[in-house]
Design a protein around this ligand. Structure first.
Ligand code: NAP
Length: 286
């Protein structure tokens, strides 16, 4: 088993990285940053996004595992005090591989087409002004968007930026992409659906922009500036990201723990004493 380790760069993550290397050596694991089988990310979900982009060209050949320095994350699902258990499992067991869909983005300009993969999402904005773009679904005009921007997310990214703009949360076993609006202007000229749209793998969307606009394209944590963009084609990627699962960590438990609370906290909330009005006792309804 050859592994590569990426840490967030802060003192705690670096310290944990040193401990990981020491434990790994003791267990006979080899550090091989150039040609790893397993990518270990130590920091947070943001660190795993960086690790993904460092190995995006080899994504089908590697598996990822994430250690969180704080609370449990969505991608980083091991805690800092569990390093010894994790290393021991890596050295002794064959993990379950869990695969999540990715987003494929093609940016078409007058001169070239550039491709990117996203683990969370792709966000389109026009710095210094409102974005005006035509959204086509399967090559048919769907709506004319005017507003702050458009977020196209993967199922696992649906708990990130997409959630903050009221998109739905999708289970990562669904091969789909979700299009959500950022503060759309709705009037007689510009009309958008207002709710997020979820496309299956065999559908695609094109965001057609004005080539004279200066655009900001955010692919996960990376910000790219473009001019001369004619359209951006978004599809569910053929490639997937693979996670090495050494123990179960169900997606809905992660969603609940991140946004609602632990089962104990939920059960400690009492039901309201009277949950409905008994209509038969209400004089006005007799
Ligand atoms: P950041 O601004 O430093 O952190 C963004 C936060 O999002 C961090 O708390 C990160 O968790 C968390 N996060 C990352 N992926 C997530 C996921 N799939 N589900 C739930 N939470 C997630 O930026 P960053 O760490 O480089 O991460 C970039 C991501 O930030 C983008 O991909 C986007 O999803 C998100 N973002 C959100 C908003 C918003 O909600 N308004 C705006 C811009 C970007 P950790 O603390 O564990 O790293």
């Amino acid at each position: 088993m050859k592994y590569a380790l990426l840490d967030r760069g802060d003192s705690l993550s670096r310290e944990l990285a040193e401990t990981f290397h020491k434990l790994a050596r003791e267990r006979g694991l080899t550090s091989n940053p150039g040609s790893p089988d397993l990518i270990v990310s130590i920091g947070g979900d943001g660190t795993l996004l960086q690790a993904f982009h460092s190995f995006a060209d080899r994504v089908e050949d590697v598996a990822f595992v994430g250690v969180h320095t704080g609370h449990l994350g969505f991608y980083a699902d091991w805690k800092k005090n569990e390093l010894e258990e994790l290393v021991s499992l890596i050295a002794s067991t064959e993990p379950q591989k869990v695969s999540y869909p990715l987003l494929h983005i093609q940016v078409v300009t007058d001169t070239e087409t550039k491709s990117y993969l996203a683990l969370n999402e792709f966000t389109l904005k026009r710095p210094g002004g409102t974005l005006v773009a035509q959204l086509n679904i399967n090559d048919e005009p769907f709506e004319m968007f005017r507003g702050d921007g458009i977020v196209v997310s993967t199922p696992s990214g649906s708990t990130g930026y997409n959630k903050s703009v009221h998109g739905a949360i999708l289970h990562p076993s669904l091969e789909a992409l979700q299009i959500a609006e950022l503060a759309s202007i709705n009037n007689r000229i510009y009309r958008t659906l207002g709710s997020s749209v979820i496309l299956p793998k065999h559908h695609h969307c094109d965001i057609v922009t004005d080539p004279s606009d200066d655009l900001s394209l955010l692919v996960d944590h990376l910000t790219l500036r473009f001019q001369g963009v004619r359209s951006i084609i978004c599809t569910v990627a053929e490639q997937k990201i693979h996670f090495a699962r050494y123990r179960p960590h169900p997606f809905w438990n992660r969603v609940r723990n991140a946004f609602i609370g632990s089962p104990k906290e939920i059960l400690s909330q009492n039901f309201p004493r009277k949950t409905f009005v008994d209509l038969s006792e209400n004089e006005e309804n007799k």
